[in-house]
Design a protein around this ligand. Sequence first.
Ligand code: HDE
Length: 698
Amino acid sequence: MAASKPTGKRAPATPAADRDSRGQGDELHQLAGGAHPVLTSNQGIPVADNQNSLRQGPRGPTLLEDFLLREKITHFDHERIPERIVHARGSAAHGFFELTKSLGKVTRAKILTEVGVKTPVFTRFSTVAGGAGSVDTPRDVRGFAVKFYTKEGNWDLVGNNIPVFFIQDAIKFPDLIHAVKMEPDRAFPQAASAHDTFWDFVSLMPESMHMIMWAMSDRTIPRSLRTIEGFGIHSFRLLDDEGNSTFVKFHWRPKLGLQSTIWDEALKLQAADNDFHRRDLFEAIQRGDFPEWELAVQLFSEEQADGFPFDHLDPTKIIPESLVPLQVIGRMVLDRWPDNFFAETEQVAFCPANVPPGIDFSNDPLLQGRLFSYLDTQLIRLGGPNFNQIPINAPKCPFANHQRDGHMQMQVPKGRVAYDPSSLQEDSPRETPAGFRSHASADDGRKGRTRAESFADHYSQARMFFRSLEKPEQAHLASALVFELSKVETEKVRVRTVSHLRNIDEGLAKRVADGLALRTLPDPAPTATPAQDLPAAPEVRVIGRSKPLLQGRSIGILFDEGSDARVIANLRKAVEKAGASVKLVAPKVGGATLSDGKVQAADGQLAGTPSVVFDAVAVVLSADAGKALAKEAAAIGFVSDAWAHLKAIASDEGAQALLKAARVGNDAGTVEAEDSKAFLTAAATRQWAREPKLRLLA
Ligand code: HDE
């Protein structure tokens, strides 16, 4: 809008600028189209002009009087709240939990005894180390936090995708997190454990070695949030009507099976799509392909626990399934994306202390510390004691007590009674015998900063984990250690880490030492308890943990001018029938004209849609397009990455020039695009047999 020239004269009583500004708003809204409700201030006052602030003359100063400007800017200035100190980057969804098997014999919790009842849940997945705006695919543990809105209050099962933890005592948590987060002087690296302070800390903390094995395994580079397992980690207690206690560990198992990426693929995913996991979860839910997990439990008595060759209160230990098998008791389905990221995913407040009657805590010292931390952090993060009234945090069952007032109080309690006991008001809430009761455990002992002898074995389960893996997984783990330690500048830290590996597996220590070009192996780190050889625990593997499955996977089909319409249509039909999704990729987003003369639009443009975002690819090209794309780096990269990342590749005659340029070989994973059946089989899994041919692993 052109401002009128300064004249030196006083502005007229109704300045022309006022009329102009109304005109501008009208124009903008005409351009935007649609019928819309009236825009108001937060006080409900209708706004006439949302494009211009109140000025003294069209080119004059802005007036403090402009309450609309001040309200809008002030709100904006306060839009950010502190991000979570850990698990800041997360994605969440609504859904339900349905119990399929009652645990009525061991607990009175309704959520675990009422078969068939669907309880609403809100589930948030997260990385640990990175900030809220960091990428989705670094090597990192994933948080797996579920809020069950039960009839008896909220139950938060705040777990991870790894069943053990780095430390045995909560007092070490701030040190661990300070060590893994970006270094305080230089403010990097973001969302990465591959740096000096992390490895310095863990190499001085032998209890972290079992977790280090899991953290360096393929589990920390998951393919999708839909394909991770979840674990409550600690032992909890289940209590029956009489207060008898049974210990329990909780496990989530993904219906689509456990699936991971290849390290090089994870790195390239960071470049291809910062939001890869968030987008994947969003798109799956939007297309009705609802992610699902089984909830399984391990139940055991105090007497059984006394016979374990480890202490189940030590969160650096798993209970092998051979010792206590899993029982599946229910399923969780995530079927609705949040309406608003901030209101729900950002403001949700999980707390392991939220348990309904019938569930109780064990003495795991890490859990005991967590029971304090979450409420405390939420007071600062959400700004006050009434965060439980935010819709995503409020129970969906009735709740009432005598807590009052405070910042952002949303309730308007009636009456004169805000205390208990009372007799003045009939509807004032009172305690019930059916309420929450703690287990009457007979703990006793001397006060002291002690650690149990039974927590002293730091290496046996680390060894069990490594030796239970399949060969390719062992190789990936060794390479991950070499990668991470090669980023560590301080040699003594590298050496110290290898000294721990010698207590875990001599072969692993040698591979890593060799990968780091350490001339001599350091002495093994001193141990309180030398490692024992335990029976293998096959459940820790990724490879072979689940059956090959095409359902839920994503297939990319590369096409261009003249591609065979029939082959593409057949492939698409077969893949979609098997429950996978298809995206068409072409050099131009507008697509190309296929062999049947019809224009086919692309879902993604080649340069911005590399094959790392797919689980398998098909390349369907005319001979001319094949030859042309054999000279295009993005096309060569599309195919050579699919090959290097052990993915199935279907191709037709015209694609061969491109496959040759990408140096694609022949194996069970390379099939003809005509043969959709063979492609369905090949695309349901990674081609592990291919790996030794194309990668020098540590
Ligand atoms: Fe957490 N953790 N944690 N943690 N944690 C938080 O709470 C903490 C631990 C886990 O999606 C914080 O609201 C301590 C183990 C998840 O919002 C904080 C200790 C496990 C999430 C906190 C642990 C977890 C958190 C930060 C050692 C797996 C994200 C923001 C005693 C069983 C939840 C917040 C979400 C978040 C403290 C260890 C899982 C600071 C002190 C072990 C999934 O309260």
